[in-house]
Design a protein around this ligand. Structure first.
Ligand code: 5GP
Ligand code: ZN
Length: 115
């Protein structure tokens, strides 16, 4: 836990969120500013700043998050034809919260390349 971290506080329930999924390692909740009909944020409960600040052993929870994303996606009819799982790493990519998180987006067709 990092004292000032928004997503640590959300994971602990200190700041309210619309929870979608939780287990011992990850927490998932609806994005406050959705960019698609389904927009869920998936985070590890343990604080990791971002992909550029991984410590030894962090790889496992990142793989775990991908499996959790697939499990969550399977619960949403809107995602049956596909979805996008996105990590923004650093300022140029648009990362604004420095607790690593994956956006699970779907319910519409996405373009490529991303904006
Ligand atoms: P980033 O831009 O860092 O990849 O994504 C951060 C995401 O967190 C944004 O999509 C933003 O809308 C979302 N977000 C920021 N603050 C809050 C909050 O207090 N509650 C929720 N549910 N989402 C938030
Ligand atoms: Zn944190």
């Amino acid at each position: 836990m990092t004292d000032d971290c928004l997503f640590c506080k959300i994971a602990k329930g200190e700041i309210p969120s619309k929870k979608v999924y939780e287990d011992e390692r990850v927490f998932a909740f609806e994005d406050i500013n959705p960019q698609a009909p389904v927009h869920i944020i998936i985070i590890p409960k343990r604080h990791i700043g971002g992909l550029n600040s991984l410590s030894e052993g962090d790889e496992a929870v990142l793989g775990y998050i991908q499996a959790a994303a697939a499990k969550i996606a399977s619960q949403f009819q809107e995602l049956k034809n596909g979805y996008r799982l996105v990590n923004n790493c650093g300022a140029d990519a648009g990362q604004t919260v420095f607790h690593i998180h994956y956006h699970l987006l779907g319910g519409r067709t996405f373009g490529w390349p991303p904006g």
